[in-house]
Design a binder for this molecule. Sequence first.
Ligand code: AMP
Length: 402
Amino acid sequence: MNTFQEMGLPKALNQALLHMQFNKPTPIQVEAIPLALEGKDILGSAQTGTGKTGAFGIPLVARLLSSSHGSALVMTPTRELASQVLTQLQAMLGQKSKIKSALLIGGDSMPKQLRQLRNRPRLIVGTPGRINDHLRRKSLTLHDTDFLVLDETDRMLDMGFTVQIENVMNYLAAKRQTLLFSATLPKNIVRIAKKYLNNPVRVAVSPNSALAPKIRQDILRISESEKYPSLLSQLDEREGSIIVFVKTKHGSERMATKLSKAGHSADAIHGDLRQNQRNRVISAFRKKKYRILVATDVAARGLDIPHIEHVINYDLPQCAEDYIHRIGRTARADAEGAALNLVSPMDKSKWNAIDRLINPGSRQSQPKQSTKKRKLQNKFQEDIVPFHKRKKPKRSTSRKAA
Ligand code: AMP
């Protein structure tokens, strides 16, 4: 089924998809939606940027619209992702829909959430910690929740949410449909899937699918002391919005300040910011009020900002799976993007782990100390174009949060 019209979706949903300019399903949507509409449990591996939110969101909304009872719960690793997912699902429900929703995320106002819950929402999106809080307070009951989505499950487990997720399972209706999505499928995910999914169908995006991210990936082998000057020249060479990933919360603040002093417009996002501060930083980035967002892994997770053209890994991620999530910040939907990795000799083992993950079949590359950019093979795309020098961008002035 290569069109939404063939899928037998409710009319209101078809109209909403047209309105959202979802003219044609992405490959993961082609695979997952018909199976989910048949009521099957799904174990889906799809990296972010492939349309995975629609892959679970469209059947979820179809279910809510075509029945007057039952409710759906979506769990995501971060507040930002939860909020983006809810926005997308609400758009699918359409403006006229009477179906209520609740966003249950940490750092957000409790009275507001309690108010939303009193309205008997049939759609709940949230993070595992806050969902558990509400379950404990009994402000949330899930006995009529018969549709569950676990989004970016690998990340939720990495963030230590396993116990919270398993606890939520005890509150849910036994007879339910569960869709589990994850960028990677390590053993702990397979274990969760075996325990909580009923005969799941495996769904994966084909590596060569037209909508797989078109991401140029380059590596710059340099010493630690060359990293910052190289970053500055790389920023000058590139145009458009950029995310620079660093290791620590303090590091992100320091880097944004340094870049601002060097004449770039930059801001930082990290887990220590309060929710309203994070929202401000993201919203200003979305509106292109500044060009460079310096981020830690947790904070940038799931960010869906279509105009991000470059991801620069100033520090490599601690765990290789995060590499896939990081580069997925660029090349959203059908756009193109570039990822640059600054790799020093100290990063050797981290880079090897990433290399093994993105090139599972190939021989381990031996990192050599060289300043040459090396073209990478990548499992998502066969012909990765090396980074070419681009025109110098106009520099905007100071660092600005919102
Ligand atoms: P996701 O992988 O769910 O984060 O989606 C990545 C981006 O693709 C988001 O900006 C979506 O709005 C967009 N998108 C998802 N599905 C479609 C579709 N069928 N047609 C056009 N854009 C889409």
